[in-house]
Design a protein around this ligand. Structure first.
Ligand SMILES: OC[C@H]1O[C@@H](n2cc(-c3cccc4ccccc34)nn2)[C@H](O)[C@@H](O)[C@@H]1O
Length: 728
């Protein structure tokens, strides 16, 4: 019950609720307050980690104020919200990003120094929030930074995995995995919302009944209920007071400990239910571009969708607007097919719980959802066995069958007597058992579908979604080429280059409008600019060389050419082809005389990336790279002209060290397989040259920077297709 406070109280809130100022002294005051109270420590027992925690809590205080004001404004205005449903958010570290986005870094850096610490040491204490596998999850994080910066009333909805992507270590050159203990210590970047609880149901059965108006209704009853608890992650915009929110759900049992069973001596049974419930959000599935058909994965997806839709509908209902306004107030973006059940859940809420007619409900649903596809790899296309959905979500399976029936009736009406087309468009794959094709369901339930780069968005219309074009036409399908946030990937990761750009352009406006970088063109022949540009690159290479020394024990020469390939290990990304090229380069160097070798640019080939634990051939490629490194790095006869390094545990924070230091980076996927790529953008933004195939966003990068600034090679997508057919 919200307290009804007398109006005099308001004066107190105004008197004491004023913003703390952002100057050095107020930071130092809040730092010391957090050390002594939040951390219950003192000047006599504080270490770098406590200094990090106190700084984080101090910054978080400021975030929360902006975050509350932002939410209040959205509520007052009752603006249309955009909801980004992503099963992965690869956030990385938050402190530096928050300091920079809030413009606090200089003051806080000075304040920290007087307190006896260095900002660098403090920043290094933070563990990455690694709730994602790679590109799809990192794109979600970049989009949240941009939505916040551009003042969008946006929300992210995801899962708060107890364990994010595994930690990668190397043993005898092989990848071994360790759990990601990212929550072992208090996570200052999340706010538990233990009051925001949503009951989520599984299993049970569906009973049909007639309601008081004589309408046929369906009640989903019985089964198990567990609870979703909200944890909020503030996302500050750059150069704005806007601070939006990612709401991450964590699972817990609905019924507290089942004492009756416990007292009847069924202790294991009583605990079992508790463990079952907590398992839902225990771990992120560590597969990139690959579907895992495990029941727990499906339970994660529905648990996340049900809690998020409940929250979205509850927020809409508070506005007391008619349901017909729902699509005007709510836009929901599906990050790949992982949240596709949201379409079915909203239809269920509208029809079963709100008593809205099927067609009216379906019109609301299809105007609300839009779907992003991130891959054309067949093994990544999600399809769930009908019996599995029937068992876990009996009512949803009925609704999916109905959605499919009405959809196919429309197809039959538009394109009669074409059973082959019906079979190809059907949401239900008529195999044994039947399967639900999630991409089909996502397309039918959305008003827009986008690919993530120009080539990819064309390819999906020619291949996996070709039949839908025949029915819907092209207008439903569009391209939204991926982007990256320049705040993290240049301003934060490469401060020296960022500073040079700001000084050269005369303001930081370029950080909110990258087109302004064109202003650098008139300086490219300026001697001082070039000198400072080269100095920034060299200092980034020295920083990376230090990191390589610490992480691998290998000493590399910062003046050598750094040739980088860092991304998830996958056959289509062709790390194997790269390492074969390295072996060739080594053999060529071996045959040279010392004089000839002296004329060769010394090169350090740097690899990094995780292989899915079950991906045997990818793990073997990691072993091969390390074995080649062993031979090459210990062969004195080539006089340091080549070094090979595999940097373990590639993650967002490691990427921030590697990317600004590259001279050349490799993006060499077989054309037509990399939907877009986003690290290619990060490398080129940091002045690295790209060696790449005509694939994904490489094509648009080439259009942007000119083909004399990028090295493209290899067959084109349609030629690869011809080759594939020729070898069938
Ligand atoms: O759009 C952002 C990036 O997304 C990458 N991607 C795709 C996926 C992906 C696709 C389909 C199913 C998946 C299942 C689990 C994890 C990732 C999946 N994960 N990352 C794509 O591989 C990459 O080309 C693109 O730049």
């Amino acid at each position: 019950e919200i307290a009804k406070l007398p109006k005099e109280t308001l004066a107190l809130w105004e008197k004491y609720g004023a913003d703390e100022s952002d100057d050095k002294e107020s930071f130092q005051k809040s730092f010391i307050r957090h050390v002594t109270t939040t951390l219950a420590r003192s000047i006599y027992n504080i270490d770098n980690f406590s200094a990090y925690q106190a700084t984080a809590h101090s910054v978080r205080d400021r975030l929360i104020k902006r975050w509350n004001e932002t939410q209040q404004t959205h509520t007052e205005v009752d603006s249309k919200r955009v909801y980004y449903l992503s099963l992965e958010f690869l956030l990385g570290r938050s402190l530096d990003n928050a300091l920079l986005n809030l413009g606090l870094k200089d003051n806080y850096g000075g304040g920290i120094k007087e307190l006896g610490f260095t900002m660098e040491d403090v920043l290094e204490q933070e563990v990455d929030a690694a709730l994602g596998n790679g590109g799809l999850g990192r794109l979600a994080a970049c989009y949240m930074d941009s939505l916040a910066t551009m003042d969008y009333p946006a929300w992210g909805y995801g899962l708060r995995y107890t364990y994010g992507i595994f930690q990668q270590r190397l043993k005898d050159g092989y990848q071994i995995e360790f759990p990601d203990y990212w929550l072992n210590f208090d996570n200052p970047w999340e706010l538990p919302r233990l009051d925001v609880v949503v009951d989520v149901q599984f299993c049970g059965s569906v009973n049909r009944y007639t309601d008081e108006e004589g309408h046929e209704r369906y009640a989903w009853e019985g089964g198990d209920t567990l609870q979703a608890i909200a944890y909020d992650v503030p996302i500050p915009g750059y150069g704005t007071k806007n601070c939006i929110n990612i709401r991450l759900w964590s699972s817990k049992p609905k019924r507290q400990f089942d004492l009756t069973r416990f007292n009847e001596g069924q202790y294991e049974q009583a605990v079992y239910e508790q463990m079952q419930a907590e398992n839902i959000t225990a771990v992120l599935y560590p597969n990139d571009n690959h579907m895992v058909g495990k029941e727990l994965r499906l339970k994660q997806q529905y648990f996340w969708v049900a809690a998020s839709l409940f929250d979205i509908v509850r927020r809409f209902k508070k506005s007391e607007k008619p349901w017909s306004n729902f699509p005007l107030q709510v836009a929901i973006q599906l990050n790949d097919t992982h949240p596709t059940l949201a379409i079915v859940e909203l239809q269920r809420i509208l029809v079963d719980l709100e008593g809205i007619g099927w067609d009216e409900a379906w019109a609301i649903v299809t105007q609300t959802f839009a779907f992003t596809n991130h891959t054309i790899l067949p093994e990544a296309m999600e399809r769930w066995p009908v019996p599995m959905i029937q068992y876990l979500l009996p009512r949803h399976m009925q609704i999916i069958f109905d959605i499919n029936l009405f959809f196919l009736q429309k197809v039959e009406k538009a394109i009669p007597n074409n059973r082959d087309l019906l079979a190809k468009l059907s949401i239900i794959e008529e195999s044994t058992p039947q399967f639900v094709r999630m991409a089909h369901l996502a397309i039918v339930g959305s008003h827009r579908v986008n690919g993530v780069a120009a080539l990819h968005s064309e390819l999906i219309k020619q291949t996996i979604f070709k039949d839908f074009i025949q029915f819907y036409g092209e207008s439903k399908f569009e391209n939204k080429t991926n982007g990256i946030t320049p705040r993290r990937w240049l301003h934060q990761a490469n401060p020296k280059l960022s500073e040079l750009i700001t000084e050269t352009l005369g303001s930081k406006n370029w950080l909110k409008n990258l087109d302004l970088l064109k202003g650098l063109k008139s300086h490219v022949n300026n001697k001082d600019f070039r000198k400072r540009w080269v100095a920034a690159k060299l200092s980034n290479k020295v920083r990376l060389a230090d990191y390589i020394q610490k992480a691998t024990g290998v000493t590399v020469n910062s003046n050598a050419l750094f040739d980088v390939q860092v991304k998830r290990i996958h056959e289509y990304k062709r790390q194997f082809m790269n390492i074969l090229g390295v072996i060739h380069r080594y053999n060529t160097l071996k045959k040279m005389t010392s004089e000839e070798r002296a004329c060769v640019v010394h090169r350090v080939v740097i690899f990094g990336g995780k292989a899915a634990p079950g991906y045997y051939i990818a793990k073997l490629v990691i072993k091969l790279i390390n074995s080649v490194a062993e031979v090459v790095n210990n062969d004195n006869s080539i006089e340091d002209s080549l070094k090979v390094v595999f940097i373990p545990d590639y993650n967002v924070s490691v990427a921030e060290i590697i990317i600004p230091a590259s001279d050349i980076s490799q993006h060499i996927s077989t054309a037509g397989t990399e939907a877009s790529g986003t690290s290619n953008m990060k490398f080129v933004l940091n002045g690295g040259l790209i060696l790449g195939t005509v694939d994904g966003a490489n094509i648009e990068i080439c259009e942007e920077i000119g083909d004399d600034n990028i090295f493209m090679f290899g067959n084109l997508a349609h030629q690869v297709d011809d080759l594939r057919h020729a070898h069938r």
